[in-house]
Write a protein that binds this ligand. Structure first.
Ligand code: HEM
Length: 490
């Protein structure tokens, strides 16, 4: 096993004893968020496991994670060179690649400013404060119509199947200036996957750590490679069309703005970070990928909690009816009037913790944490699930209880409690889509709760067990919905 020299004054990392060749793969098992949370109780907030031959440091506890990702942010800001990452965005991903710090930082800044400027752009009519709001409102209304039609023709529906198209359309609108029909076959086949992507990329996939496994036939891995290839081709085609019709005086969307950046840069002789056009325009691939999977998973879990807690669904509907009314579409500016909805979203994120680990990190130099030595290039897992279920932080963490986020009179969100929910990472690698994600989840939910009432299928128990992956999904299921008749209830 590996025996690097420990500098004086620092301790060796604790952790379970690894077996030869496979390390701790068996103890980690198929639900790493549970097994690694259990290990944190035994070994503490900083411990080490071995996956295959490779050591991995696992961080738990709000304070420890804060110390690593914020106070020592630089040292913990790398990404490990995992086998599966090379297939994502042709190995040129902003989120998953091992870009040098300078290149990653420049790309992240570019992605962030493109995203922000296209989300806050003015809408086409004054009723919307920004295009993001306009896209969401329109897609949510299409979604309601679509579900209503499907209910009439089929009698039930798979919520994820429809939500994912609506959410993909919002990010497609910003990235590519277009939307797709709910029955568009090419888009459906890309976004409506069972989760081969997340299962391979989720923290602790043995094939990422044990080279021998890469040579064994694996259906999941083959699907993963082919999904990535199809995804890249889909985006590449749209990007080529953008190059062909690009006009610097009419920047239509995020793709155009990234192309524009490449053109500008060619004139800038002082540019200090060298980046290929591919690495710049390829950013749109990351934004599109990160922008539909996460948000549709969040919404789909929300709908599951609505049907699991029907009295909560009614309370949320009443809140909208009383504070927004039924004769107009809810807007982003209604947020402060809907504290229960906000609390319900926070509790959905916390309780599901559907992103149980951040994307794996990697140390950029020799460092130490809580007195333990951690060498350069060590892979680091951040256990968000543990933080969201830590009995030190939360009363009765396993129960679903949105009230925990409300002030005692129920009229306001308790901000400090809300900030304890760990879903977007923190520090230098923190999610750049967080604001958009929070707006989108809020507005989609407000609009669908105002218009639809969801039910389980009679006699079918609801299965809320998550399937492990980068983003954990619930099992696909059939639900029913009834339209809330606006006029009757006013
Ligand atoms: C990274 C969560 C939505 C873009 C991340 C990370 C998490 C996360 C946990 C990894 C942080 C780390 O490695 O420490 C979420 C959740 C979302 C969401 C829960 C929705 C509910 C979005 C959206 C976008 C986006 C809508 C863009 C449109 C990104 C990007 C990164 C990232 C580009 C990589 C950042 C980097 O490596 O520097 N997100 N995200 N995310 N997210 Fe999100």
């Amino acid at each position: 096993s590996f025996q690097s020299k420990i500098p004086e004054g620092l301790r060796r990392l604790p952790g379970p004893k690894p077996l030869p060749i496979i390390g701790n793969v068996l103890e980690v098992g198929r639900r790493p968020y549970l097994s690694l949370t259990a290990m944190s109780k035994r070994y503490g907030n900083v411990f080490q496991i071995q996956i295959g031959m490779r050591p991995v440091v696992v961080l738990s506890g709000n304070e420890t994670v804060r110390q690593a990702l914020i106070k020592q942010g630089e040292e913990f800001s790398g990404r490990p060179d995992l086998y599966s990452f090379q297939f994502i965005n042709d190995g040129k991903s902003l989120a998953f690649s091992t870009d040098q710090a300078g290149v990653w930082r420049a790309r992240r800044k570019l992605a962030y400013s493109a995203l922000r400027s296209f989300a806050t752009l003015e809408g086409t009519t004054p009723e919307y404060t920004c295009v993001l709001e306009e896209h969401i409102c329109k897609e949510a209304e299409y979604l309601i119509k679509q579900l209503n039609t499907v209910m009439k023709t089929e009698g039930s529906f798979d919520p994820f199947r429809y939500i994912v198209v609506s959410v993909a359309n919002v990010i497609c609108g910003m990235c590519f200036g277009r939307r797709y029909d709910h029955n568009h076959q090419e888009l459906l086949s890309l976004v409506n996957l069972s989760d081969e992507f997340g299962q391979v990329v989720g923290s602790g996939n043995p094939a990422d750590f044990i080279p021998a496994l890469r040579f064994l036939p694996s259906k999941t891995m083959n699907k993963f490679v082919s999904i990535n290839a199809r995804f890249n081709k889909f985006v590449q085609k749209i990007v080529s069309e953008h190059y062909a019709s690009y006009d610097k005086d009419n920047i239509r969307d995020i793709t155009d703005s990234l192309i524009d950046h490449c053109e500008d840069r060619k004139l800038d002789e002082n540019a200090n970070v060298q980046m290929s056009d591919e690495k710049i325009v390829g950013i749109v691939n990351d934004l599109f990928g990160a922008g539909f999977d996460t948000i549709s998973t969040a919404l789909s879990w929300s709908v599951m909690y609505l049907v699991a807690y029907p009295e909560m669904q009614e309370k949320l509907y009443e809140e909208i009816r009383n504070n927004v009314g039924l004769d107009r579409t809810p807007l982003l500016c209604d947020k402060s009037k809907l504290p229960l909805l906000e609390a319900f979203i926070l509790e959905t994120l916390r309780h599901s913790s559907f992103l149980p680990f951040t994307i794996p990190h990697c140390t950029t130099k020799d460092t130490s944490l809580n007195g333990y030595f951690i060498p350069k290039d060590t892979c680091v897992f951040i256990n968000q699930w543990q933080i969201n279920h830590d009995p030190e932080l939360w009363k009765d963490p396993s129960s679903f209880n949105p009230d925990r986020f409300l002030s005692s009179d129920g009229t306001e969100i308790n901000k400090l409690e809300g900030e304890k929910v760990m879903m977007f990472g923190m520090g230098k690698r923190r999610c750049i889509g967080e604001v958009i994600a929070r707006h989108e989840v809020f507005l989609f939910l407000a609009i669908i709760i105002q218009n639809l009432q969801f039910h389980t299928m009679p006699g079918e128990p609801l299965d809320m067990t998550p399937e492990y992956g980068l983003t954990m999904k619930h099992k696909r299921c059939q639900l029913r919905a009834t339209i809330r008749a606006r006029c009757e209830q006013q």
